[in-house]
Design a protein around this ligand. Sequence first.
Ligand SMILES: [Zn+2]
Length: 413
Amino acid sequence: MCRSYTYLEDDGKGGLKPAGKLTEELIVRPTSETIIGASFSKWVNSYRDLPLLINQWANVVRWEMRTRLFLRTTEFLWQEGHTAHASKEEAIEEANRMLNVYTDFAENYLAIPVVKGEKTESEKFPGAVTTYTFEAMMQDKKALQAGTSHFLGLNFAKASNIKFQNKDGKEEYAWTTSWGVTTRLIGALIMAHSDDDGLVLPPRIAPSHIALVPIYRNDEEHDRVMTFINEFTSKLKRIRYNEEKIRFQIDNRDMRGGEKLWDWIKKGVPLRLEIGPRDIDNNSVFMGRRDKEARDKISMDVDDFLNDLTNILDEIQQNIFDKAFSFRKENTIEIDNKDDFYKFFTPKNKNNPEIHGGFAKSHWCGSSECEEKIKDDLKVTIRCIPSDETEENGKCIYCGKKSKKRVIFAKAY
Ligand SMILES: [Zn+2]
């Protein structure tokens, strides 16, 4: 949802005035709900107009005191969807369907394992009946809310007068949903997979699957290598991976081979192929993979490589996911004792660097007070009530009252 904050200060007369001039002029429109709500109220008249789905890509401006690249920026690009339905069940189904579309993309394309669940009353989107969320663990063990989908009940329909005539000719309010993800997902991708050598890109979303680096010492070798590469890439072009053409780049820059290779490592390209006179003599390519050590390279017969390429890319995609999954697993623990819980989330102090802990799966009684106390003490919030968590009897980690389910506590961006 677009909540556009304006930076205001006391004007000394009991009112507010802009705190200063912006360095760059911004033209701001109101939050999307006002536009979508007003339009939906005109478009929806009969049950025949439902369901209605509108999706838009838009840039959003939010006032942020502290910005953080990709995660919290004053201006960002997002996709926002809005729907209206004749029945409650259909609207809930839609909100869940979109959550699944997002989590499928996060896990199967971005290779980021996520936890699906519902937000608590105090963490949900204002006006929503239910906010569904998916949360990912970054490499500093902090949680990142990667996207949300909201079941809005009749709240927004009542505010915007979105009514329809049902099959019996009676007027009813429509049930609405909204959902969105933003360029924050790029931040999630970078933070979930990068290592000391730079970016690591899962093959399914990598702009290039392969970087081809010709190795030569003189013009004669250059011509020979390029002839071989052209023949090789004509075969590459016929291969499809994940229903798309293989994407490759031939690095012809006037730089040393080693420098070029490091450049591609830093950019996270899944496969690097070095091709020089010796490789041509053996009808082979020298392959480096971004999911392995930079030095860990092997020579492969050209035909074997071409036959195996889609499997290799699938394997890299899986390895990147598995690494993130193991990391999350190692840093997710069940905690049933308040002292242990507080130790796990030790705030930064003189003797300790900040330890974010990880994900704590603990019992919670459902009260906002316990949630608030924990937030005040530790800056730890309930990221979600996981949808796949089975019910069990336990005691609230803060107050000790009865609880039926574990929730996920973590520090978050
Ligand atoms: Zn409690």
